[in-house]
Design a protein around this ligand. Structure first.
Ligand SMILES: Nc1ncnc2c1ncn2[C@@H]1O[C@H](COP(=O)(O)OP(=O)(O)O)[C@@H](O)[C@H]1O
Ligand SMILES: [Mg+2]
Length: 280
């Protein structure tokens, strides 16, 4: 067990991890836009109440607030699992309210989703869980054989291809679900309480992985009520309260060129979590 990485190790991992900084968000069409959106459920409870927000390409956004404030409602509207009661939801400039039903599968193929409870198929191996998400969209066997091992390498699960979900730790199961969400490199990734079932050290590993995906240019929206993690991450924060936006803050301390390793090291330091050497 190591207490902290040596300087040389840090330097090495930074070199390996360093990517050119993302270009500044342009003023082109936002990836996600909500225009005065309200959602009232049957029975009258309010999911969202006149919410307006825009998320630009390549952004990393936290959606925060207490249970019941509307985070999941917001993500489900973006997936067109729910229809807005009022206002407009746009994804890549397309109004979801006007999108014909037959276009919805294509929308969902372009949005990766990660959940708190992983939603893996229990009777399929790690490999088969990821492969399944490609089979259902009609990918060729050849492409599946190429893509699945590659994405499982990216999430650090190359040695677990033939294991079943119940043979994995919570962090490893979440890595499988991230692999499944990202195997086709969708331009938008939504995560609903992705670290809700995980301990702090494991959570940092998962956030580091999501950040790495963001660094490839993918727009990321993470819903969470883990305030401490969010404050430490120094990314844009949209806070909801009773379905309304009460804060939309771009942290002044945000460093767009921070590498994923620097990020994890800083986060561990700030959260007081030691480097235990285990990858989840
Ligand atoms: N399917 C549903 N039917 C009725 N009310 C719902 C439904 N889903 C969520 N709500 C209500 O909408 C509000 C927002 O819920 P939700 O978006 O799940 O919040 P969060 O994800 O922030 O915990 C809550 O008052 C909740 O009870
Ligand atoms: Mg929720």
């Amino acid at each position: 067990m190591r207490s902290s990485p040596t300087r040389a190790e840090v330097e090495r991992s930074l070199q390996a991890d360093r990517r050119p900084a993302q270009p500044a968000p342009t003023t082109s069409v936002p990836v996600v836009e909500l225009r005065n959106v309200s959602k009232v459920y049957d029975g009258g409870s309010i999911g969202l109440d006149r919410v307006s927000l825009g998320v630009e390409r390549g952004e990393f956004v936290f959606l925060v607030g207490p249970t019941g404030c509307g985070k999941s409602t917001c993500l489900r509207l973006i997936l067109k699992e729910l229809e807005a009661s009022d206002g407009q939801v746009l994804v890549s400039g397309r109004k979801l309210g006007e999108m014909p039903r037959k276009k919805v599968p294509r929308l969902r193929r372009n949005v990766g989703v990660i959940f708190q409870d992983f939603k893996l198929l229990p009777n399929r191996t790690v490999y088969a869980n990821v492969a399944y998400s490609l089979e259902v969209i009609g990918e060729s066997r050849q492409s599946i054989r190429r893509k699945v091992p590659s994405i499982l390498r990216l999430v650090g699960l190359s040695t677990k291809l033939h294991n079943y979900p119940d043979e994995l730790s919570g962090g490893e199961q979440q890595r499988v679900s991230i692999a499944r969400a990202f195997v086709n490199h969708p331009p938008l990734l939504l995560a609903d309480e992705p670290t809700g079932n995980l301990d702090p050290e494991t959570s940092i590993g998962i956030m580091q992985l999501i950040y790495r995906i963001n660094r490839t240019g993918t727009t990321v929206i993470v819903a969470t009520h883990d305030r401490e993690m969010v404050d430490k991450m120094r990314r844009r924060v949209i806070e909801l309260e009773s379905g309304r936006v009460v804060r939309d803050q771009r942290s002044g301390r945000y460093r767009p060129d921070e590498s994923t390793s620097e990020f994890a090291i800083r986060l561990r330091g700030e959260l007081g979590v030691g480097v235990e050497g285990h990858p989840n």
